[in-house]
Design a protein around this ligand. Structure first.
Ligand code: MCA
Ligand code: AMP
Length: 501
């Protein structure tokens, strides 16, 4: 069924309860207000010509209205396509050209960019604006519409959202995520993490990725519980709000930044029930320091855009640092060797998953989809893992060439493609360096033709206009040549060893 219907049930039971508290705007929104606002927006989307299955691309700041828009798209039977606010025009042009949305919602500032994209791609779409303060043509036009809306019928297998993830080829793929994927994952996580009626989630993640939207918001919405909704990670605000919260979800950077603040102590978190970490590896030292400071063990879980959440450390049993816990109920996880043979406990191999959480495939890429599934229907995650004899899963590395910085994924190929186009750059290799704040950062080794104009600053300046901020190389090393093996393949492990710390 339509994912929204599982939220609607919780909304009906919690009509007058606070759904969102937004300290920065001194605003609260009840579940009935959220329902009415999303109904008005859903009516507007239909008036704008949205048909079931049409994509609605959204590049907006985090706001309660942005969350209502997500609900409106679900209710209207559309496909929600959230876009990171950091994406630059070239990146956006690819997503829009590929997904062909019927409607684009963005800030007024971005309108010229989308107008240009409409012109260049020939893609026909309506445009609406939404600002961080909730203003814009979307909310103004929605106001005149009815406050009720009967959700468009959708099956579990119908697509609710497309989220772009990049790839080793540098060409992003749209992961098609179904209503069934999202409702099953939200239900399983709510149960596994012992969600309670009076839980209050402190929400400081962006809502254009799986973690902030499909884990954090979907659980709270389907359980009818309150969110303290911050526009971004602001440690001062978080410290003000922690005493009123019971659950926090974050990437490891959230926890290292909290620990760096002397005000963060056990007294501040005495109301807290659960701290969840994911999207990137949590260092064992962070787990230990956190426990020593607060008495709480961070619960680490593991997921992917294509699969939602796959595994989690237990709520009540032992949370083992350095592991991502057990497969979630209904999800099967296995470790296989290069021939697809299932490996014994503690052996390291390719991690594969199967279950109702696993996505429907890549948008308009049937061959790519087929190549990422085993013949018996397991999704090949590209992560290297092992399962110990108690069943705890650990992620020990990656088969894919991927950098994860502060929870954002960067595929080196995307950055190399931009670097290689710069006049005077002969070749480049992008790799991770260790970063205290973000876990990993983007480094680039560059071979130039010797021109004086190809400086560190010039390269960074050119990249800035072409790539989202978090993808920019922050460390550049100029080399005479790249280290290669006898097959001619660049040895990134050597670059990481020499320049990666
Ligand atoms: C911001 N900057 C970054 C990052 N974020 N650089 C590298 N890595 C980053 N993650 C840069 C900006 O471009 C800017 O550069 C400068 O840092 C300050 O930007 P600002 O926005 O103020 O940064 P911040 O507020 O300190 O943000 C850091 C952050 C944020 C809180 C760690 O990146 C964040 O919220 N990350 C969470 C990402 C996330 O939700 N991932 C889940 C993906 P300049 O100064 O040069 O302009 S879903 C997923 O992975 C799976 C499914 C899963 O398992 O969850
Ligand atoms: P994304 O493409 O943003 O969905 O990122 C998914 C990838 O993030 C996974 O394939 C893993 O490599 C990584 N990841 C997510 N959670 C964890 C975790 N708890 N520990 C280690 N890696 C993780």
């Amino acid at each position: 069924m339509n994912l929204y219907n599982s939220f609607a049930k919780a909304f009906a039971e919690n009509h007058d309860k606070t759904a969102l508290r937004v300290p920065e705007r001194e605003l609260t929104l009840t579940f009935s207000e959220l329902e009415r606002l999303s109904a008005q927006m859903a009516n507007l989307l239909l008036e704008q010509g949205l048909n079931a299955g049409d994509r609605v691309a959204v590049q907006v700041e985090k706001s309660p209205e942005a969350l209502a828009l997500y609900l409106a798209v679900l209710r209207a039977g559309g496909v929600y396509l959230p876009l990171n606010t950091a994406y630059m025009p070239d990146e956006l042009a690819y997503f829009v050209g590929n997904a062909e949305p019927g409607i684009v919602v963005a800030t007024q500032r971005q309108m010229p960019v989308f107008q240009q994209i409409r012109h260049d791609t020939g893609c026909v779409f309506q445009m609406l604006t939404l600002e961080a303060d909730g203003g814009g043509s979307l909310t103004t036009a929605a106001q005149v519409h009815a406050e009720t809306f009967a959700s468009v019928e959708r099956d579990d297998s119908d697509i609710a959202a497309i989220l772009y993830t990049s790839g080793t080829t540098g060409r992003p793929k749209g992961a098609m995520i179904s209503h069934g994927n999202l409702s099953s994952n939200a239900r399983v996580l709510g149960e596994y993490w012992g969600w309670q009626k009076d839980d209050v989630l402190l929400h400081a993640l962006p809502i254009f990725h799986v973690h902030g939207l499909f884990v954090a918001c979907n659980i709270s919405l389907s359980q009818g519980t309150e969110m303290i909704y911050l526009s971004r990670l602001d440690i001062d605000e978080m410290i003000r709000q922690l005493p009123a919260s019971t659950v926090l979800m974050g990437v490891p950077t959230f926890y290292t930044r909290l620990l760096a603040d002397p005000r963060f102590d056990s007294e501040l978190v005495k109301n807290m029930r659960l701290f969840v970490s994911g999207s990137a590896p949590l260092l064992e030292e962070t787990f230990a320091e956190f426990e020593a400071r607060t008495g709480h063990q961070i619960l680490e879980r593991y997921g992917m855009t294509e699969t939602g959440m796959n595994t989690s450390n237990p709520l009540n049993g032992e949370r083992l640092p350095g592991t991502v816990g057990f497969p979630l109920p209904g999800t099967s996880v296995r470790i296989v060797d290069a021939d697809g043979k299932v490996l014994a406990a503690n052996e390291v191999g390719s991690l594969q998953v199967k279950g109702p959480n696993v996505f429907a495939g890549y948008w308009r890429m049937p061959e790519k989809t087929a190549s990422e599934f085993s013949s018996d229907g397991y999704f090949i995650t590209g992560d290297l893992g092992k399962i110990d004899d108690q069943g705890y899963v650990s992620i020990v590395g990656r088969e894919k060439d991927l950098i994860i910085s502060g929870g954002y994924n960067i595929y080196p190929k995307e950055v190399e493609m931009v670097l290689n186009e710069i006049d005077g750059v002969l070749e480049s290799a992008v790799f991770a360096f260790k970063d205290k704040d973000f876990g990993e950062g983007v480094a680039a080794a560059i071979v130039t033709d010797g021109s004086a104009s190809v400086t560190d600053t010039a390269i960074k300046g050119i990249c800035k206009g072409r790539l989202a901020g978090y993808k920019l190389p922050r460390k550049i090393v100029m080399l005479e040549e790249l280290p290669r093996n006898t097959m001619g393949k660049v040895q990134k492990n050597i670059l990481r060893e020499k320049y990666g710390s």
